[in-house]
Design a protein around this ligand. Structure first.
Ligand SMILES: *Cc1c(COP(=O)(O)O)cnc(C)c1O
Length: 390
């Protein structure tokens, strides 16, 4: 095996990007559609806050693009995850399985419900949950009683699991669903990064009871800040809408609330921006997939690393492109050198089981998580970079 020459890699990247740019961001938002018109319309009509036609239109468009029956817009992706867990009554008595290799919001949402995050390992081929390893693990630690699954070491119920589709690459949801059916574990999909990603020809989100999406500024489309909950279950959609709008009971003038709800509703102003963005999703994915294909060709000729490609049976939105170095010892030098040369890169998130507030949580062996963390680097992925290759 030939070692990676960081100098060669940086030269290759520099010649890959437009010569007139001295800084290439990791992922930039782009506003090339009806954003100005729709936002101006909110200001002109005065409908800027939590009621308005754009919220409805945004939800409708989102349901249409994902093929899901219901979409409820909320203030951000973290709130979406929090609301999903609440709807499934996840509480202090419960553990929730999730990959250690995720953005902190996934674990935080579990903590907001006073439940315990329980960390599981990820695999190189999807960068998401390793289903075979999970099946072996549950075989050892789970006991089933009356259609409930318990962790025999802690006595707590394992109520739910949150697969996260890393950088847009789908988890093997058919395999995961079979395991969860066997153990009576509810699935909530963290699809914050996978809007526009499909697995076995169905949009990510179709396997979970509930699915959370994010429209933060760095995601594939943005509402400034925002999120949504997707579901095919009408009753759950009604419940989600209720608890995210202060649990207010419909009444012409009184304010009656029938539980402790949340003020998670997305403002009309943000939905207006989001609707214009969703109209461009298809084209953006075309550009991002072209960029990924071009990167794959570029890295074929460079020794000492591999480019992360979409999993089998999946069509990824390639939200963030990534490379895996053969030698973890070169990661920090590469991060330093690229960022110093105006090419923005970053490592994986520090795994959850290494963070002070989560280091005492239950976990399985996480050797693949630690290996992936030590070798992965995200590289510039803005959609416009794909234009010359589309
Ligand atoms: C972005 C993100 C979230 C949270 O979304 P916000 O809108 O920033 O709250 C949750 N999970 C993952 C994996 C994310 O990437």
């Amino acid at each position: 095996m030939t070692a990676l020459s960081i100098k060669t890699l940086i030269q290759a990247l520099k010649s890959f990007y437009p010569a007139d740019k001295d800084f290439i961001a990791l992922h930039e938002p782009e506003f090339k559609g009806h954003e100005w018109d729709y936002v101006k319309d909110c200001l002109d009509t005065g409908w800027v806050s939590s009621v308005g036609q754009y919220v409805t239109d945004f939800e409708k468009k989102l349901a249409e693009l994902t093929g899901m029956k219901h979409a409820v817009a909320v203030v951000n992706g973290t709130a979406a995850l929090h609301a999903c867990l609440k709807i499934l009554n996840v509480s202090q008595e419960d553990e929730v399985l999730l990959p250690s290799l995720t953005f902190v919001a996934t674990a935080n949402a579990v903590s907001y419900c006073n439940a315990t995050p329980h960390f599981i390992d990820s695999e190189a081929r999807t960068l998401g949950i390793d289903c075979e390893k999970l099946a072996d693990y549950l075989d050892k630690i789970a006991v089933i009683d009356n259609e409930h699954c318990y962790n025999k070491h802690t006595g707590k119920r394992i109520k739910a699991i949150i697969p996260m589709h890393t950088f847009g690459h789908p988890v093997r949801m058919d395999a995961l669903k079979a395991i969860c059916d066997k153990y009576y574990i509810d699935i909530i999909e963290d699809a914050a990064e996978s809007l526009g990603s499909f697995y076995q020809s169905r949009h990510t989100g179709h396997w979970g009871k509930l699915t959370a999406v994010s429209f933060n500024g760095n995601k594939i489309v943005t509402t400034g800040g925002g999120g949504a909950i997707l579901t095919n279950d009408e009753q759950m959609a009604r419940n989600v809408r209720h608890i995210t709008t202060t649990a207010k009971v419909a009444h012409p003038w009184r304010f009656i609330h029938d539980q402790t709800g949340f003020n998670f509703r997305l403002p009309n102003l943000n939905a207006a921006l989001g609707l214009a963005q969703l109209e461009q999703l298809e084209n953006r994915i075309r550009l991002k997939r072209a960029l990924a294909a071009a990167y794959a060709g570029l890295f074929d000729d460079i020794q000492g690393l591999s480019f992360v490609k979409e999993p089998e049976m999946a069509e990824s939105n390639y939200w963030l492109n990534a490379i895996l170095l053969d030698n973890p010892g070169q990661r920090d030098e590469l991060l330093q050198e690229t960022n110093d040369s105006g090419i923005m890169t970053r490592p994986f998130w520090d795994p959850m089981h290494k963070l002070s507030m989560y280091e005492h949580c239950p976990k399985m062996d996480l050797n693949q998580t630690e290996d992936l963390f030590s070798r992965l680097v995200n590289i510039p992925s803005s959609a416009w970079l794909g234009e010359p290759y589309a």
